[in-house]
Design a protein around this ligand. Structure first.
Ligand code: NAD
Length: 494
């Protein structure tokens, strides 16, 4: 296992605007802390509206040249970017791990997923060639994709490389000028992605990085020249960005938070189920929008519950498990566990106050795996996204009762069923209203090109952020109808 190597010096991040790295005027600087130690590893400028306007102007100036660059040439540049992601996988993995608190293995997997999205984007030159047909004699209909112009991607802290890479390869390859506004908690990986785009030969202004928080997002979403906004983050902000952007006639796809259910029935494979549940709720210290947060225990699955508890209790805190993003997150989670306890939940495993192995990590934000049993569906621990390594076990008598709890959730990202019975699995596949269903899989992230996206309050807007439907998001479909009459009066024709 490769443990995280934190950056040796403190980097002051810059915006990438018109191909230049610059600190925006009048920007305050925010410290970036590593969740592993609490130490400062960077500083990030909080770009005010004027700096956003400057970046949008540079992107607008570059957009028409990029739009008119043939798809094959755009693809060649993005192929170089893909190759650079691969050769820098280790560096990006350590950087993303340092600032997001995830393990290096998880951070590397996020970059690998980004490479998968690149592969999809690179295949467009061969597979997405438009279409044409003679619809009546002498009349041909054709459709072609056209880029929108300037588009933006606003991303969360928990996947510093992967979530930007859900958007960048597709949006840029189809011909847009893309502005990335990464989370202010993880700006370093975004800068590294910008450096690799520049190294790949992306023309000035076609890819920009603008750092900041709420004010920066509001300025981007309000800017009249930004045609589309891809957003990934919490549901409250996703809803706001969606409604503000849509009200201004923009195209917005805003992915929000989640509360994912793992349904476990008595015929489930015990070892596979227990390990999958543990991996799902502890991975990335529970800070994954696909993390299991509720186990719906159907009937007598006590032996599996005991195995889950036993396996989760073996974790040592430190770089082998991953840390919470900040102190506020740790405080919020500890309070949520106490609230659940007061509401009648039993703490089967308590991760509060657990110390990491090694003095080096003592200043980090640590919470050990925590399991709450006897959680009722109406409790906060069953309903609200906690975003940490906390599993709530809700006991239900039947599969239909489990589906009822699952479908009553306002979220709709993912759900999984653990069973050895195909008919039981099928009932969940058909009966669950989430966007991504797993069968004996703890984190049911589809591989590309099967696309990523939930339903309900886990996604505001239409289509998915990756895969074929993302093409419709980042482009307009132009339909052309041509009619030619054959003139016979010209002697030059024969
Ligand atoms: P967040 O909503 O706090 O921040 C997301 C982005 O929005 C950041 O770039 C941030 O700077 C910006 N932002 C924050 N507050 C804002 C405001 N008031 N107005 C405008 N912009 C604002 O989310 P986070 O804490 O960075 O990330 C964790 C959340 O993201 C969790 O809820 C998680 O489930 C969700 N998430 C969802 C998916 C998905 O695919 N559905 C994937 C990853 C993360």
């Amino acid at each position: 296992m490769s443990f995280v190597q934190l950056p040796e010096s403190v980097t002051t991040c810059r915006n990438l605007v018109g191909g230049e790295w610059l600190v925006p005027r009048d920007a305050s600087l925010l410290d970036v802390h590593s969740p592993y130690t609490g130490g400062i590893i960077g500083r990030v400028p909080m770009t005010p509206a004027e700096g956003v306007a400057q970046a949008v102007e540079a992107a607008r100036a570059a957009a028409s040249g990029w739009r008119n660059t043939p798809l094959r040439e755009r693809t060649a540049i993005m192929a170089r970017f893909r190759a650079l992601l691969e050769s820098n996988l280790d560096r990006l993995g350590h950087l993303a791990a340092s600032e997001a608190g995830k393990t290096v293995a998880e951070a590397r997997a996020g970059v690998a997923k980004g490479i998968e999205v690149c592969d999809f984007a690179l295949s467009l030159q061969n597979l997405d060639t438009g279409g044409a047909m003679e619809v009546s004699r002498g009349v041909t209909c054709e459709f072609r994709r056209e880029p929108l112009g300037v588009v933006a991607g606003i991303t969360p802290f928990n996947f510093p490389a992967m979530v930007p890479l859900w958007m960048i390869p597709i949006a840029v390859t189809v011909g847009n000028a893309f502005i990335l506004k990464p989370s202010e908690k993880v700006p370093l990986t975004a800068c590294a992605l910008g450096e690799l785009m520049v190294e790949a030969g992306i023309p000035r202004g076609v890819f920009s990085v603008v750092h900041g928080g709420r004010e920066t997002v509001e300025a981007l979403v309000a800017h009249p020249d930004v045609r589309a906004v891809g957003f990934v983050g919490s549901s409250a902000v996703a809803r706001r960005v969606y409604s503000e952007g849509s009200a201004q006639g923009k195209r917005v796809l805003a992915l929000g938070g989640a509360k994912n259910h793992l349904i476990v029935v008595p015929d489930a494979d015990e070892a596979l189920t227990a390990q999958s549940v543990v991996d799902s709720f502890t991975g990335c210290a529970g800070q994954r929008c696909m993390a299991a947060s509720v186990m719906l225990a159907v009937g007598d699955v006590q032996r599996i519950v005991e195995q889950v508890r036993e396996r989760a209790s073996r974790f040592e805190l430190g770089p082998g498990m991953g840390a919470l993003i900040d102190r506020a997150s740790l405080n919020r989670l500890e309070a949520a566990i106490a609230t659940a306890e007061r509401a009648g939940a039993r703490v089967l495993l308590d991760g509060r106050g657990k110390k990491p192995v090694g003095d080096k990590w003592a200043g980090g934000y640590w919470l050990g795996p925590t399991i709450l049993d006897g959680v009722r569906p109406d409790m906060e621990a069953a309903q609200r996204e906690l975003f940490g390594p906390v599993l709530s076990i809700v006991r239900v008598p039947t599969l239909s009762a489990a589906l009822e709890v699952e479908n009553a959730s306002p979220y709709g990202n993912a759900a999984s069923i653990f069973t050895t019975n195909g008919a039981v699995a099928q009932a969940v596949v058909e009966g669950s209203r989430v966007g991504m269903v797993g069968v004996n899989v703890g984190v049911p992230v589809p591989r590309e090109p099967f696309s990523f996206g939930g339903t309900n309050e886990s996604k505001f807007g239409h289509g998915d952020i990756t895969g074929a439907s993302s093409l419709g998001f980042w482009t307009d479909l132009k339909k052309v109808t041509r009619k030619w009459t054959t003139r016979t009066d010209g002697s030059w024709m024969s």
